[in-house]
Write a protein that binds this ligand. Structure first.
Ligand code: SAM
Length: 246
């Protein structure tokens, strides 16, 4: 049956995935930022800075940040270009509430809008945005093709899409170490810090069933994006894909 999708290492009904993913992010939302620092030893900050650099942000950009979560990437974008407009889209209101508070605290709230929906349901037919970004959200989506089609539709011609997510390391020895870290250590940090082993086990397992970088590039092309390329960041566990709408 092709209405089954990956959920961590399990296969579940496609219609159940958004709800189950949302439950996970509601459960981890309060300690999400702390956990990111602990799990990545703070490296996620460098990865997000690099993503902003690759995005070549311009004052005139109109940005759609998808899967904004607690707004980590959005704050970085606005700290580099404080006058640009950013729309934060996420299907989880707990995560987006924290994002709003953070944008108020950092003084950027006036440039931002918020949309609570899954990207698969974001059917807006106006070409409004010059840049779309997704940091560590794409692998949680239910229908990746639909998400990319919807993003393509809302970008202006010349607009670009950047997606950052995890990858499995290519080197076997590094992969073995990485598996020990993601299978055992991350879920146990989750148990200790948020009393939630299962959510962090899902987040780790979802990396294993996620696409290979070339498959993500193919998906970009299938949805009409051109000049697609990707960069693998040092450490071989994160990639950033870029594609353009012409
Ligand atoms: C791992 S967090 C990433 C947050 C932030 N971008 C960051 O890098 O810190 C993933 C976010 O994706 C959101 N998400 C998952 N599936 C989604 C979907 N189909 N549409 C929109 N948001 C989604 C979750 O609610 C969660 O807030």
């Amino acid at each position: 049956m092709n209405d089954k999708v990956n959920f961590g290492l399990s296969k579940i009904k496609k219609s159940d995935k958004t709800r189950l993913v949302s439950k996970i992010f509601s459960s981890v939302s309060n300690k999400y930022d702390l956990m990111n620092d602990l799990m990545s030893f703070g490296l996620h900050r460098l990865w997000k800075n690099h993503m902003c650099k690759l995005a070549k942000l311009k004052k005139t950009d109109i940005v759609l940040d998808v899967a904004s979560g607690t707004g980590d990437l959005v704050v970085k974008i606005l700290s580099r270009q404080p006058t640009i407009e950013v729309t934060c889209l996420d299907e989880n209101s707990n995560m987006l509430d924290i994002c709003k508070d953070r944008l108020v605290d950092s003084g950027y709230i006036k440039n931002t809008k918020f949309i609570i929906t899954s990207i698969e349901d974001f059917l807006d037919y106006k070409e409004k945005f010059t840049l779309a970004t997704i940091a560590f959200g794409f692998r949680n989506f239910t229908d990746h093709k639909k998400a990319l089609d919807n993003l393509y539709n809302v970008l202006k011609p010349g607009g670009r899409l950047l997606i950052m997510d995890f990858k499995t390391p290519s080197n076997k020895s590094i992969r073995n170490l990485y598996d020990i870290y993601t299978d055992n250590i991350i879920p146990n940090i989750g148990k200790f810090v948020v009393n939630d082993y299962d959510s962090y086990k899902y987040l780790s397992d979802s990396i294993k069933t996620y696409y290979k970088p070339d498959e993500v590039s193919e998906l970009f092309c299938d949805s009409g994006f051109t000049n697609t390329r990707y960069e693998t960041l040092p450490g071989d566990i994160v990639t950033i894909h870029i594609g353009y709408k012409f």
